[in-house]
Design a protein around this ligand. Structure first.
Ligand SMILES: [Cu+2]
Length: 157
C-alpha cells in the first residue's frame, strides 16, 4: 500500500471517530436530539377543535398513516374555521371537496387556511398524496348543519 493511501485511510478513520464523538457529545452532554415529527406546540397536544368566537373555530388536523384526527367534524352553517394541518409521520395531503382547500400535511411543519362553510351538507376531506398501502382510507368529513341539529348531536366536533 502506498504511503499516501495509508495517510488518507488514517485521516478518514480519525475523522469518523471525531464525527461520531461530536454526535455523541451533542446527544448526551448537550441533550440535542432530532426534532419530533409532530409539533409540540400547545394546540396540537390538547384540543383539536375549539370555538374562538361566534361561529368561528380553530381546528387542528393531524394526519398520520392512515387516518386524519379528527375524522369527523360537526359545525353549524356559516362557520369560519381556522384550519391548521400537520402530519405525525410522513408527508400527506389534505383536500376538502367542494372547497378551495388543498394543503400539504408535512411532519414538523404547520400549514394554515381559513375556510367558511356557508352551505349545509357533507364536505369530504381526503389525503391526495400517495402515502402507502392504506392511502385510500385516509378520509374524513365535515358535517355542516343547522345549529339546532348540532345541539341535539351534542355540539361541535
Ligand atoms: Cu396520506
Amino acid at each position: 500500500m502506498d504511503k499516501s493511501e495509508k495517510t488518507a485511510l488514517s485521516l478518514s478513520g480519525i475523522l469518523l471517530v471525531v464525527f461520531f464523538g461530536a454526535i455523541m457529545y451533542a446527544s448526551i452532554a448537550k441533550n440535542i436530539d432530532v426534532p419530533t415529527c409532530i409539533t409540540d406546540m400547545d394546540p396540537f397536544v390538547s384540543d383539536t377543535l375549539f370555538e374562538t368566537g361566534s361561529d368561528s373555530y380553530e381546528l387542528h388536523m393531524v394526519a398520520r398513516m392512515w387516518a386524519f384526527q379528527p375524522s369527523t367534524v360537526r359545525l353549524p352553517v356559516g362557520s369560519t374555521v381556522d384550519l391548521y394541518v400537520t402530519s405525525q409521520d410522513i408527508i400527506h395531503g389534505f383536500k376538502i371537496d367542494r372547497k378551495n382547500v388543498n394543503l400539504m400535511a408535512v411532519p414538523g411543519a404547520i400549514n394554515y387556511v381559513r375556510v367558511t362553510f356557508d352551505e349545509p351538507g357533507e364536505y369530504l376531506y381526503a389525503c391526495h398524496e400517495f402515502c402507502g398501502a392504506a392511502h385510500h382510507t385516509m378520509a374524513g368529513r365535515f358535517i355542516i348543519e343547522d345549529r339546532n341539529d348540532l345541539t341535539d348531536a351534542g355540539g361541535p366536533l
